[in-house]
Ligand binder design. Sequence first.
Ligand code: 5GP
Ligand code: MG
Ligand code: MG
Length: 197
Amino acid sequence: MLKLHDLYFKPFISEQEIDTAVQNMVNAVAKDLEDEMPVFVGILNGSFMFVSDFVKKYPKPCEVTFIKLASYEGVKSTEDIQRLIGLTQDLTGRTVVILEDIIDSGKTLEEVHRIFKNENVKDLIIATLFYKPEAYDKDFKLHYVGIEIPNKFIVGYGLDYDGLGRDLPDVYQLKTTQHMTNIVLFGPPGAGKGTQA
Ligand code: 5GP
Ligand code: MG
Ligand code: MG
């Protein structure tokens, strides 16, 4: 059992299972984009490990870059629009593949679509390693999904709990025991669903 801060996590998805899922995604993307030179865009921080493993396995030349979404500081916004850090290159006419660690509510993905609407890309393709179908409430197509998981909080392989756990090669799931069932991770139930960019 793993303890991060005040919470316990149990082994959930092994390094080997993740490796297989990443390889399967690479195979599918490489087959579909046979005649393209894609730009892989990782969404920091959570995707760094996934992107690293993904592009090492990718069998053909490709470009790799990262962006980060950050909440505006000191601005009270009911819409919670996020600002973008790091998109410096011209992506006009390019086939862009977004590499996400996890898609939960889809709010981050909505921001990504909003940001890329103005970039005149040829194609915006979404690939996510982990996906919580029960939590997703948007209509954006998810082109490649590695592993579907239940609507429970996970850490490891890039994903953190309040800064810890990103370095772990395996993925752990929050252990809920009887005395822990009322734990609220990020805001009231339903409001955040454990979403913290
Ligand atoms: P969404 O915007 O789709 O609700 O959530 C996306 C972001 O929320 C992810 O990039 C990640 O930072 C965070 N997130 C969502 N679910 C989890 C989870 O189970 N564990 C961790 N550590 N982060 C999560
Ligand atoms: Mg992410
Ligand atoms: Mg986080």
